[in-house]
Design a protein around this ligand. Structure first.
Ligand code: HH2
Length: 305
């Protein structure tokens, strides 16, 4: 470390360590009846447990459980409803998988209860905007903390998606959020930043953020990106959510090439295969020429198979 754009070598989520030398895939487990893609498909703890086992078997590096839909236009459930949906499923998942478990919540009470049941990370889609309590909880229990940018609330966020300088505004917000998390005592190895694709941005804005992910590297924290199945992926062809796998993979590859560290996705196996190759492309180095043989400057030998 030492330079501004040096990242920690690994994430440490309550002692569960994930090296950052390759792209990490976070599998989504939605416990909501109204999620935009898989809503209503996971009504029971047994179903959540089975999905967790499947995502782990597909190679997920960590899992994200959420009991609040942030679909544009949605209103949040009551805290009691959120707790009722989340806790039995979290307990069931914690029993069978040893992967780091992240909890998609912005409520301190929910975060505390989840930590008591063995959660390792908090995924705050409000990026500590309304309260610093989640950072205090994360600091107190060595939890990871995802800080995401959102304009307004899920109910209002798509009403006005114009910005004077989208990338600059998102970056300034995330820089401030990282500062608040650090001031609360959250270690750098536990903080991720996320530009919040789909949260108060136009389709073009989401595409621009994906292309400009490298701009966030000077904040020095690993970048998480959640593009999976979102509507902006369907813009060029009017594709419905079930038809957005290829777009999701293209976005994941673009994100990795632009510097993303963690991909939050519904389709773990396919994403893992795509981003592993993206990372190989990103890290490809010119082959050294055999000793004694002169090779024209800049030319590499073709790979044969
Ligand atoms: N996207 C969603 C929810 N949580 N968290 C982070 N950090 N980044 C994201 O991009 C993100 C997120 C929305 O997707 P999903 O959970 O599939 O849907 P819903 O909110 O409708 O349950």
């Amino acid at each position: 470390m030492g330079f501004d754009n040096d990242f920690p070598d690994s994430l440490d989520l309550r002692g569960r360590v994930l090296p950052l030398d390759r792209p990490l895939v976070m599998g989504i487990i939605n416990l909501t009846p109204d999620s935009f893609y898989d809503g209503g498909r996971l009504p029971t703890p047994e179903a959540a447990r089975d999905r967790a086992l499947r995502l782990a078997e597909e190679g997920a590096h960590l899992l994200d459980l959420g009991a609040v839909s942030t679909r544009p236009g949605s209103t949040p459930p009551t805290q009691d409803d959120e707790l009722r949906r989340l806790l039995p499923s979290l307990a069931a998942v914690r029993k069978v998988v040893n992967l780091p478990l992240s909890i998609d919540t912005f409520r301190a009470e929910v975060a505390r209860a989840a930590a008591d049941l063995g959660a390792d990370c908090l995924n705050d889609v409000t990026g500590l905007r309304d309260s610093g309590e989640l950072a205090e909880i994360a600091a107190g229990a060595d939890l990871g903390l995802v800080l995401m940018h959102m304009r307004g609330t899920p109910e209002t966020m798509q009403r006005d998606t114009r910005y004077r300088d989208l990338v600059g505004e998102v970056k300034a917000f995330l820089g401030g959020a990282v500062g608040r998390a650090r001031a609360a005592g959250v270690a750098r190895e536990r903080i991720l930043i996320d530009p919040g694709l789909g949260f108060g941005k136009s389709a073009e804005g989401n595409l621009l953020l994906l292309r400009r992910l490298g701009d966030f590297s000077s904040l020095g924290q690993p970048v998480l990106v959640g593009a999976s199945r979102k509507s902006f992926l369907g813009v060029s062809r009017g594709l419905e959510v079930g038809e957005r796998l290829e777009g999701s993979l293209a976005a994941a590859v673009a994100a990795v090439l632009a510097g993303a560290h963690v991909l939050r996705v519904h389709d773990v196996r396919a994403t893992l295969r795509a981003v592993e190759l993206a990372a190989l492309i990103r890290n490809a180095a010119p082959e050294a020429s055999p000793a004694g043989e002169a090779s024209p400057a800049g030319e590499t030998s073709p790979v044969r198979s």
